[in-house]
Write a protein that binds this ligand. Structure first.
Ligand code: NZQ
Ligand code: ZN
Length: 387
């Protein structure tokens, strides 16, 4: 028997030209904190479109949110937001900016200047400001979920926070915004979204045919259309279709539906966050480097769903469940490789120290990972030392 509560109030506006819909989504007298990253939206015309759609509103712009956003930058944004009396936080960017917008909405509302520990304990203010998102990078699903992954430079930690009140009220997903992304960011997005599906799927089987069947569809879409986004020689219309399909699939992969009522295993993500915290490597590339090795380590506990993955997504035939499961891992690794991502820690291009990663996991209190809580520091050490 499974049970769940599914809360997803995000109003989605999907399609080319939808940034104009902001005009109907934001109150005419709103004071909007327009949060953005390192400046891509200033160069590719997205900021102009946002300002045009919001004409008449008071806009307070705050740029400089880092890829892997930091708490310290958000402390500065908090001071600005409070001083200017903002009443809506609009994140315009990729997952980092949208995560930051959600966290900032709580920081502005709370009655203190350093609420990190309070937020770590899950105590978010009931008056968290409303959040909206204009997404410019398809990957995280942040535009439809309640999670912010935030790094504190001072504490040397990158942690996920979940604040249901910060889940965006609305999100604009215009696939044409993806045109200016680098090939590397496109690759990253597909691999990140694929991993999100897998971590809500590859545990032990429960009675959730809707979630599993939908997850398999999303994975097949990512496998079919991901390469078309990045391989030379796709026609213009193929590229347009690929951007649409990937943007929608990445949103659906982490909006709460797939994970409803099913056991989940976010250990690849937690180890990946630690790798990013220590070495600054792109989020998705940490996942592709860890996951194949983690799957092999967990083959026996995950055998049934791995075999199902093999049959339904990779078309692997055969009676021997363990063999099909092992082949599913090989096929997943091959897909990550085709998407241009590293498939083992040694391919990350750094002098890799597993102990530094374990130290981060210990300080983040992430030492009982996996759907059974059985992936501890020794297992992580083994997973990371796989060559
Ligand atoms: O900062 P700007 O100048 O905007 O440039 C960004 C950034 O350098 C650039 N970019 C974004 N849209 C662009 C663009 N460049 C050109 N054209 C565009 N249209 O891309 C770079 C990477 O952006 P970022 O937002 O960091 O990427 P992503 O969307 O992959 O987000 C990664 C962050 O999300 C967190 C990760 O940990 C990481 O901090 N995650 C959040 C999750 C969630 N909220 O549920 C789940 C994920 O698993 C993930 O952990
Ligand atoms: Zn991710």
């Amino acid at each position: 028997m499974i049970s769940f509560a599914l809360c997803n109030p995000t109003d989605i506006r999907f399609g080319k030209g939808q940034i104009a819909a902001l005009n109907g989504l934001v109150a005419p007298d709103a004071v909007v904190l327009l949060l953005y990253g390192g400046g891509s939206i200033l160069r590719n015309g997205i900021e102009q479109q946002v300002r045009a759609a919001l004409a008449g509103r008071h806009i307070v712009a705050f740029g400089g949110v880092e890829a892997n956003p930091t708490y310290e930058t958000l402390q500065r944004a908090t001071a600005e937001g409070r001083a200017r009396g903002v009443d809506l936080v609009l994140g315009v960017g990729g997952g980092s900016v949208v995560d930051a917008a959600k966290f900032l909405a709580a920081m502005i509302a709370v009655d203190e200047n350093d609420p990190w520990d309070r937020f770590v304990s899950g105590d978010f203010p009931t008056n968290t400001l409303p959040v909206g998102a204009v997404l410019t990078l398809a990957a995280t699903g942040s535009e439809s979920n309640a999670v912010s992954v935030i790094s504190s430079v001072k504490r040397d930690l990158k942690l996920p926070f979940c604040n249901e009140r910060a889940r965006p009220r609305f999100a604009i997903l215009d696939p044409s915004t993806l045109v200016s992304l680098s090939r590397r960011q496109l690759e990253n997005g597909v691999v990140d979204a694929f991993t999100h599906v897998l971590e809500q799927y590859m545990t032990w089987p429960v009675n959730a045919p809707v979630q599993y069947g939908y997850g398999e569809t999303l994975m097949r879409v990512l496998v079919q259309w991901g390469p078309r986004l990045v391989v030379e020689g796709s026609s213009e219309s193929e590229e347009d279709e690929a951007r649409e399909n990937i943007m929608w699939a990445a949103n659906q992969a982490l909006n709460g539906l797939l994970g409803a009522g099913v056991p989940q295993d976010w250990s690849t993500h937690m180890i990946g966050h630690a790798i990013t915290a220590v070495y600054g490597i792109d989020h998705a590339r940490t996942l592709s480097a860890v996951m194949p090795s983690l799957m092999r380590h967990e083959l026996h506990r995950k055998k049934a769903m791995l075999a199902r993955l093999g049959r339904t997504v990779w078309g692997i035939e055969g009676q021997d469940e363990e063999q099909v499961a092992a082949s599913a891992i090989d096929a997943t690794e091959d897909f990550f490789r085709r998407m241009g991502c590293p498939v083992k820690p040694s391919e990350l291009g750094i002098a890799f120290d597993a102990e530094a990663i374990i130290d981060h996991l210990v300080r983040a209190e992430q030492v009982q990972l996996g759907e059974h809580g059985m992936i501890g520091p020794d297992d992580v050490r083994h997973i990371l030392r796989t060559r």
